[in-house]
Design a protein around this ligand. Sequence first.
Ligand code: SF4
Length: 213
Amino acid sequence: MANKIPDIAKISSVLSSIYPEAVCSLDYHGDPWKLLVQARLSAQCTDERVNIVSVPLFERYPDAESMADADLEELESIIRPCGLFRTKAASCREMSRIICTTYGGKVPDDMESLLSLPGVGRKIANLVLGDVFGKPGIVADTHCIRINGRLGFYPEDLKDPFKVEKTLDKIVPKKEQALYCHRMVLFGREYCMARNPRCSECPLSQECLRNKK
Ligand code: SF4
């Protein structure tokens, strides 16, 4: 017998009851440019560390204009604790320059323009579209990819972020997408970890294909 497709309405309802206030864990204070920079810094780094580094970073460079003129070595030294600091510094400065020269100092609110910025891929673009501009967007990060595969929305061995994004975009209601992805992150940290998920205590166990196997 074919496996039943997980019930997105039920999953979404359980997640919203356990994480009613799910928000982005990056402290960007409503500023889309800061979110872009922080999202770029968070590659292979924790959000917690990015938030710590962000304090001196945004004191020194409070907006795209100031970062566009940054001395690269100084910028690198501030963001060094986030790792990959040379690449990240170069793309943050270039991204800020393009925002100033091409977009009049404002972060664009469409996917195509966001993807034209150095260091910005679909994951970051969807995060910004959802969080700042209130547009739909599936943030296919490691938690999202892992958990939704385990739940059974697609094969567990599917790891391609673009395919995951496109699959979930058809399943998760548009107006819930940003929150759904934030809840996935919280749920992935509390229950459905990469190693040793807490299936026996999991509030989604009744809906989870992996648990039923
Ligand atoms: S039952 Fe286990 S694998 Fe399934 S969602 Fe819960 S923690 Fe993850």
